[in-house]
Design a protein around this ligand. Structure first.
Ligand code: GUN
Length: 283
């Protein structure tokens, strides 16, 4: 029987800590501010963006949601980002992905000022993660590191296996585990004998985007299993990349879906917005 890592509970603790810090900053006359841009009508994106706005309000962060039409041109979006780069009361800027196909995602990410890039997606911030000098960590990997540390789990000396090599999760979480002295292996769609690799893992992070992909026979007894998946079943229910029913009896710790990694992502966005505001004061 695995211990369940409760992302909702850990997220609530961190949000309470953030709210205290936000209140302290406000008493010094600074209200952290986040701008979220959403382009087009993607329903899932709309829900995510609404939740980001609500979470900001709960901890006292000012937020602005900027809705732009599906047929927005790249130039219009870049102009909007430039305007937000220049506004002092906005400390963080997030452009919700995916973007409509007429817009080049890379150009958009590159247009956000690095000190306001609370997703930590731009080249400068990604480079700083490699160097260990980052002030923002990308939200989902940062959330995973918090789930581990607040559950008393250290990657030091552990076999850490990551399935997935996306820029948003797989690559950065691998760097963060390495920075904490884990021995890290990154697996992906071309990896041979995947189960042999995953069975070595003391800490297994699964971010492949395929429902129930990891099954009990792929997991070492007592392993820590972190499920980053968010897949919709035909009946509308959310399910992870890990087959919970077969993995949970073998694992030492496991994150459920929903209620594991998911709640942490927005929490770390709040943390990064607070950090951006504090960094501005230091300047
Ligand atoms: N779409 C899905 N996840 C993310 C994220 O972490 N940041 C942004 N900007 N868009 C997303």
């Amino acid at each position: 029987m695995a211990k369940i890592i409760d992302g909702k509970k850990i997220s609530a603790q961190i949000r309470a800590e953030i709210a205290e810090e936000v209140a302290a900053l406000k008493s010094e006359g600074v209200t952290p501010g986040l701008a979220v841009i959403i382009v087009g009508d993607n329903l899932a994106s709309k829900v995510y963006v609404r939740n980001k706005g609500k979470a900001c309000a709960e901890v006292g962060i000012y937020s602005e949601i900027i809705e732009m039409a599906q047929d927005t041109s790249q130039e219009q979006l870049l102009d909007k980002i430039e305007e937000l780069n220049l506004r002092d009361e906005i400390h963080g800027i997030l452009v919700q992905l995916p973007l409509p196909k007429q817009i080049d995602e890379k150009a958009v990410i590159a247009a956000i000022s690095p000190e306001k890039d609370v997703d930590a997606f731009c080249a400068e911030n990604v480079g700083k993660i490699m160097l260990g000098t980052a002030s923002f960590l990308p939200c989902t990997p940062a959330g995973i590191m918090q789930l581990l540390s607040r559950s008393g789990i250290s990657p030091e000396g552990k076999e850490c296996v990551v399935i997935g090599r996306s820029n948003i999760v797989g690559k950065p979480i691998s760097q963060l585990l390495l920075a904490e002295n884990g021995t890290v292996t990154i697996c992906h769609s071309k990896t041979k004998n995947l189960a042999e690799v995953t069975k070595r893992a003391d800490i297994l992070v699964v971010a492949i985007g395929r429902a129930d992909f990891v099954t009990g026979d792929m997991v070492k007894e007592g392993a820590v299993v972190i499920d980053v998946g968010m897949n919709r079943r035909d009946d509308g229910k959310l399910t992870g990349d890990v087959d919970f029913n077969s993995v949970e009896p073998r694992a030492g710790y496991i994150t459920p879906v929903p209620g594991g990694v998911g709640p942490m992502t927005i929490t770390m966005l709040l943390q990064n917005t607070l950090t951006a505001a504090k960094n501005r004061i230091k300047k």
